[in-house]
Design a binder for this molecule. Sequence first.
Ligand SMILES: NC(=O)c1ccc[n+]([C@@H]2O[C@H](COP(=O)([O-])OP(=O)(O)OC[C@H]3O[C@@H](n4cnc5c(N)ncnc54)[C@H](O)[C@@H]3O)[C@@H](O)[C@H]2O)c1
Length: 343
Amino acid sequence: MTYNTLDKGKTYLITGATGFIGYYLSRKLLEQGCRVIGIDNMNEYYDVNLKYSRLELLRPYKRFTFIKGDISDKAMMMNAFGEYKPHVVVNLAAQAGVRYSIENPDVYMQSNIIGFFNILEACRHHPVEHLLYASSSSVYGANQKVPFEESDPVDQPVSLYAATKKSNELMAHTYSHLYKIPATGLRFFTVYGPLGRPDMAYFGFTQKYFAGEPIKIFNNGDFEKDLYRDFTYIDDIVEGIERLLSHPPVEQEKAPHRVFNIGNNSPEKLMTFIETLEKCLSLSLDREVLFEKVYEPIKPGDVPATYASTELLEQIVEFKPKTSIEEGLQKFTDWYCEYYRLN
Ligand SMILES: NC(=O)c1ccc[n+]([C@@H]2O[C@H](COP(=O)([O-])OP(=O)(O)OC[C@H]3O[C@@H](n4cnc5c(N)ncnc54)[C@H](O)[C@@H]3O)[C@@H](O)[C@H]2O)c1
């Protein structure tokens, strides 16, 4: 199958539009002249100034409309679908983060379960050509078989966050089956890049360095059995989503629903990632950077490894992520130093 270009005449409704991935996807579609309706509740899970910064970068596009709203507000969602009649919907709004779900479970149920249910109901009553929604590599739980393939069993999540994402896949399958909504789930693997999320390790480590504090590494200090992560650069994630937009799974008869991994297919040891971050920051600042490190036991809910098979993605849209951590982290540290005026 070939990669179709985007239809500029279509309206794309993107939830979580001022979030990390939502911002980049919205910008990419707007740059190509598409109409984008962005919804976000601008919550304060992490520094909300980053969300306002992203919003300011989207506002100049004439075909961008922003709605400050919560996807768990059913009436608001129904009105938005009724008013703007989106052709394609991308649900990226969610409470993210594995560790935060241990302390704050309620918000995961509200945003990830009730919010996603409202999206499905809105698609049922205002039919769309394609619904895409964020799932997560965390659905693979502590699966041992690598690389992780979409057909692997994913019935043993180890965090509530992962359980909500797996639930989203089940709910989407049901709605797709009952109401023939073409739906695509996106299992993202540890996404990083400029204007990223401060709750993620690479961003937090950089903040700690500038605060003069040690970084905590949750790998028991055991470098032989280090954690492995399939770190995926934001541009690769956006390209994967963009290509899938024009590939609704219409050929599936019983339920037009499919799930894809979007990951780098090249896991790195956590320590290698940290050393590369130090090197990139050294280059951005033109001085040697070494983090002060404290090693701690692995945290509940964390998984030992993530590793994406990208065969299905390659087969359907002829694309696999390609950015190395050297290239991607350099872009992050250059952005970080400029944004926070550190050099
Ligand atoms: N970044 C990653 O590494 C990663 C990995 C796997 C899955 N995901 C998933 O991808 C999606 C996007 O992630 P991100 O990294 O851009 O996170 P993000 O937190 O930067 O973006 C999510 C956005 O959704 C908004 N939001 C949250 N709850 C909402 C609600 N109830 N109503 C309206 N808006 C709401 C937030 O304000 C935020 O701007 C999420 O669903 C996340 O779970 C991300």
